[in-house]
Ligand binder design. Structure first.
Ligand SMILES: C[S@@+](CC[C@H](N)C(=O)[O-])C[C@H]1O[C@@H](n2cnc3c(N)ncnc32)[C@H](O)[C@@H]1O
Ligand code: SF4
Length: 418
């Protein structure tokens, strides 16, 4: 890692560790539901049939009866947001594995569509759930974007990450993706690069197989390790280091562009413009529903309880299951927008000024200056754009941002009563 990459990593670590500290003193709350913005409804379904060792998202082993109670509680939470006056234009069902009980997901999406003015629905799933029956149900429910977790097509890597037995061989998964192409507006493949044992040859083969599937969209995450997963990842997959991350990232861009365009620094879409991207890029605001979900509404960030029985019990009492919240000052809000908009490849300075009462450089000049001097940003009125160097800067920033969020999740889980 060169000096500039190292400095960006260290500064980002410090900055995100600071901003992900939540106040234990104040009563957690969400703002009133009258904000006039297109907002997204994020629904978290934390159950997985098998847990992957590298994953530090909020997930637990699937148990049917708990999961059914959980979905019922989730629907109660939806109705509470409706009562509070919220409306949403899109849904993102993420996990865990949202399709783990397809009938419950179907009922929940139907209720959300009755409660809110939903225009688009995106759902995450795993390869073993790509059955004709599930796809029919999702299609009927109005799902426009289906995101399938692949990670790699390499059978050796799939075995190391304990996905081969459960989800099948790389060849079988690629075959199924080809078969279902066209069922949804956007078929997205979630991939990961920079596994310790991933070689240049394995990466190239993954890229060849991806291109051959013809999927509409590819989200290529850098491997992220939180404090709690580092040991397990080292044991199962090897020591994580960042020496080859930049080379791998540029190789991915080289192979996927121009067939795909950048939707974000790590998301590549065939039909840029119509494709649904990661919700944190497309929407400035999102409500987080479900246990351990994180939301961002009107400058306030909040998290729901990570304790599933407590989550269900609180909703059965008609209470919002909030665990923590924090209201950001203007400077932090602007820096969050700066990071997220540029992650989506460009930042509209005039729109930022409109949103923040004419202010832009007063709060953001140190960030703008640092990235311009490092060659990461280029200005072409009225936008700042990421340069090639800037795209990798943003991979570092987002890797550190998600790692800080995952460390925050670890902290919340550690505080759960036994
Ligand atoms: C949290 S999972 C949920 C959906 C589904 N269960 C799956 O496995 O795809 C969504 C995606 O996050 C990505 N992901 C999970 N853990 C990661 C990690 N430690 N580093 C980078 N990406 C990760 C994977 O690409 C995964 O497909
Ligand atoms: S990667 Fe997906 S399937 Fe694996 S544990 Fe995480 S959420 Fe579950």
């Amino acid at each position: 890692m060169n000096l500039i990459d190292h400095i960006i990593t260290q500064k980002a670590k410090q900055e995100f560790a600071r901003s992900m500290k939540f106040d234990d003193e104040t009563e957690p709350h969400i703002p009133p539901g009258d904000v006039q913005q297109p907002r997204l409804l994020y629904l978290h379904i934390p159950f997985c049939e098998k847990l992957c060792p590298y994953c530090s998202f909020n997930r637990v082993v699937f148990q049917e009866s708990v999961c059914r109670d959980y979905f019922k509680a989730l629907r109660k939470e939806l109705q509470l947001y409706k009562t509070l006056g919220y409306d949403f234009s899109g849904i993102y069902a993420g996990g865990g594995t949202p399709t783990v009980l397809i009938d419950e997901l179907e009922e929940t999406l139907a209720l959300a569509c009755r409660c809110f003015n939903i225009g688009e629905i995106s759902v995450e799933t795993n390869p073993n759930h790509l059955t004709d029956k599930n796809l029919d149900i999702l299609k009927r429910a109005g799902v426009k974007r289906l995101s399938v977790g692949i990670q790699s097509f390499d059978d050796g890597l799939l075995k190391d990450m304990e996905r081969y037995e459960k989800y099948g061989s790389g060849r079988d998964i690629a075959g199924r993706l080809k078969e279902i192409l066209g069922v949804f507006n956007t078929l997205n493949a979630d991939m990961i690069f920079n596994f310790p044992s991933q070689t240049d040859e394995i990466l190239d083969q993954d890229l060849e197989m991806l291109l051959a599937t013809g999927v509409d969209q590819i989200t290529y995450y850098p491997l992220m390790v939180s404090d709690s997963t580092r040991q397990l990842v080292s044991r199962k997959l090897g020591q994580v280091e960042y020496g080859k991350e930049k080379r791998f990232y540029h190789r991915i861009c080289e192979r996927l562009i121009p067939q795909y365009g950048f939707s974000s620094a790590w998301c590549f879409s065939k039909q840029t413009g119509t494709a649904i991207d990661e919700y944190i890029v497309q929407y400035d605001e999102y409500a987080g529903l479900g246990s351990g979900s994180i939301g961002f509404l009107n400058g306030s960030c909040y998290a729901n309880t990570f304790h599933i029985p407590e989550y269900i019990a609180q909703l059965n009492r008609g209470e919002l299951p909030l665990q923590a919240s924090r209201t950001f000052g203007i400077r932090d809000q602007m820096r969050y927008d700066f990071m997220m908009h540029l992650f989506g490849m460009k930042l509209d300075v005039a729109a930022m000024r409109r949103k923040y009462n004419g202010v832009f450089y007063r709060h953001l000049w140190p960030d703008v200056l640092a990235f311009c001097l490092a060659g990461g940003l280029r200005y072409e009125a009225p936008y700042f754009h990421l340069t090639k160097r800037g795209r990798y800067d943003w991979i570092i920033l987002m890797r550190e941002f998600f790692t800080a969020v995952n460390n925050f999740r670890d902290y919340c889980r550690a505080r759960i009563a036994p």
